[in-house]
Design a protein around this ligand. Structure first.
Ligand SMILES: [Zn+2]
Length: 182
């Protein structure tokens, strides 16, 4: 190619994933490895759309897709301690059943195993807990994150990467499809 032709050649920049871009991607999350059971997955109609570097995703997840661009596929694992933490046996507690009395009646419908409850502590902080089971006068709940203690394995594809708008950067989230509408 001579100098003249080079001058006419259009240079196309490929937007790579870095702080301040909006990423749309598909993912399948499995436990442990490629053969693990599926925990979550996106659908074609509902891919994950997020502002990269805004602290919305696991830092280790962002670290693994940084530098990729549209069309790239990925597969990587994240150890439990770098994801939602190790399982803390002390997070499994028996609460007195009186807590769940409302107007003198037990809130039976809340105490179904697997149900997520929002519980407020003495300091006014709200915590999520999952109902595990019931004793005679206690309810066992688990304050651990549902994915605590699990090694995660992600596979998926980068569907698009674009520069975030100034508004999106100021708000710290995505506007439009897959994001906040306001
Ligand atoms: Zn906004």
């Amino acid at each position: 190619m001579n100098r003249f032709c080079l001058a006419l050649t259009k240079f196309l920049t490929v937007q790579t994933i870095q702080k301040g871009v909006v990423v749309t991607l598909s993912y399948t999350l499995r436990e442990n490895d490629a053969q693990g059971v599926i925990i979550q997955e996106t659908t074609q109609e509902n891919p994950l759309v997020f502002l990269f570097g805004a602290g919305q995703l696991l830092p280790e997840f962002e670290h693994n897709i940084a530098g990729k661009s549209q069309g790239d596929e990925y597969a990587f694992g994240i150890l439990a301690e770098n994801a939602y933490g190790l399982y803390d046996p002390e997070g499994l507690v028996d609460l007195p059943i009186e807590i769940f009395m409302e107007d003198g009646r037990l809130a039976e419908d809340l105490l179904v195993p697997g149900r997520t409850l929002r519980l407020q502590d003495d300091a006014g902080h709200v915590h999520s807990a999952i109902v595990k089971g019931r004793g005679l006068d206690t309810v066992q709940v688990d304050f651990n994150h549902p994915l605590a203690g699990k090694n995660l394995y992600f596979t998926g594809q980068i569907l698009s990467v674009r520069q975030a708008t100034p508004d999106e950067l100021a708000h710290g989230h995505v506007h439009g499809p897959g994001g906040v509408h306001h």
